[in-house]
Design a protein around this ligand. Structure first.
Ligand SMILES: [Mn+2]
Length: 341
């Protein structure tokens, strides 16, 4: 049977649905989940959105956020809902390890499982996979899916604000290379529902406190190193650095992109100590593949131009490894570029 038709039928007969997204939910995780949540409620399904842990404050204005359940805070209630749900939607992640302990409950549940995602190499567990690694965001895919379900007219201001937020955050406000003509057309459609694009931008990007800006300045002057002959920038932040600037959840977001503002830098890496391990983020320009870099050397993965990783080593050792691996890794591109000349 046609997959969209199957989904339509499952939505029609479902009584309850649970929507989950990844650990440390970002704008796309929250935006795509709440958009799907509003859509399913309007289709007569009783919906609960559950996040593994809390999201940063700058996302808490999003319509419907007040009803989001946080697994870390309501484990028992969340597990019951997951167990009994007719439908489970997995948004913006493609492997159950991304939702930590909640993954076991989702794996055990007999619900019909849907995955909507734009990361590469999705896992095989979902019954219905709506996946496109070239999509700017999962939120964009939610928009496309609602259109495929024939329900464009159900996209009201609430749904539009959620989808717009996911697109805005995952494209760095339409800057990243994933910003296709289609993304702008979708954004235009969303704006036509009457949402205020500037207001949403302002709530998300102009909402930092003084400490966060000072922390960025500190990182640029004291923690950033330009390596690989000016082609890569790396920043490493200790637990003490984060304490010193009283960082809150989400305060380091975006820092990894900033070395790419330097002329000639094509790859950037950001390492920070978190929960006694070192979390890594990578960004790159053009065909430089940080997904491969993160997969091969840093226990992670993601997209070609944006990936993450994790190392259970002291920060100093991780920084040494970055300084050794990145220049070597970039050589393959220099060689390829030379060959093409
Ligand atoms: Mn995303």
């Amino acid at each position: 049977m046609n997959q969209i038709k199957a989904l339509r039928e499952h939505i029609n007969k479902a009584r309850t649905a649970v929507i989950v997204s990844h650990y440390n939910p970002d704008g796309d995780a929250i935006g795509s989940s709440l958009a799907m949540g509003h859509y399913l409620s309007r289709s007569g399904v009783e919906v609960q959105v559950i996040m593994p842990n809390d999201c940063p404050d700058f996302l808490k204005w999003i319509p419907g956020h007040e009803a989001v359940m946080v697994y870390e805070q309501s484990r028992e209630a969340a597990e019951k809902l997951i167990e009994k749900a007719d439908l489970i939607f997995c948004m913006d992640f493609n492997h159950l390890t991304r939702i930590k302990e909640m993954g076991h409950a989702v794996a055990r549940s007999k619900a019909w499982k849907v995955m909507i995602d734009h990361h590469v190499n999705p896992d095989a567990f979902p019954d219905f996979l709506y996946h496109n690694p070239r999509a700017s965001s999962t939120a964009e895919l939610v928009y496309e899916l609602i259109l495929e379900l024939g329900d464009k007219e159900r996209i009201d201001r609430e749904i539009a604000a959620c989808i717009y937020t996911g697109i805005l955050t995952d494209t760095g406000a339409f800057q990243f290379s994933s910003t296709t003509p289609r993304v702008h057309r979708v954004a235009a459609d969303l704006l036509e529902t009457g949402i205020n694009g500037y207001e949403i931008y302002d709530k998300i990007f102009n909402s930092y406190d003084e400490n966060r800006l000072k922390f960025f300045g500190f990182c640029w002057t004291r923690r950033m190193e330009i390596i690989a002959g000016g082609r890569a920038g790396i920043i490493g932040v200790s637990a003490a650095d984060q304490f010193r600037f009283k960082l809150k959840k989400g305060d380091t977001e975006g820092l990894v992109n900033t070395p790419l503002q330097i002329k000639g830098v094509v790859l950037s890496a950001f390492a920070k100590v978190q929960d006694k391990v070192v979390k890594l983020s990578f960004r790159s320009k053009g065909h430089i593949d940080v997904n491969q870099l993160a997969r091969s050397y840093f226990n992670g993965g993601g997209h070609v131009n944006a990936a993450g990783g994790m190392m259970e080593e002291p920060l100093e050792d991780v920084m040494k490894k970055l300084k050794k691996i990145i220049p070597e890794y970039l050589k393959q591109y220099q060689n390829k570029e030379n060959e093409n000349v």
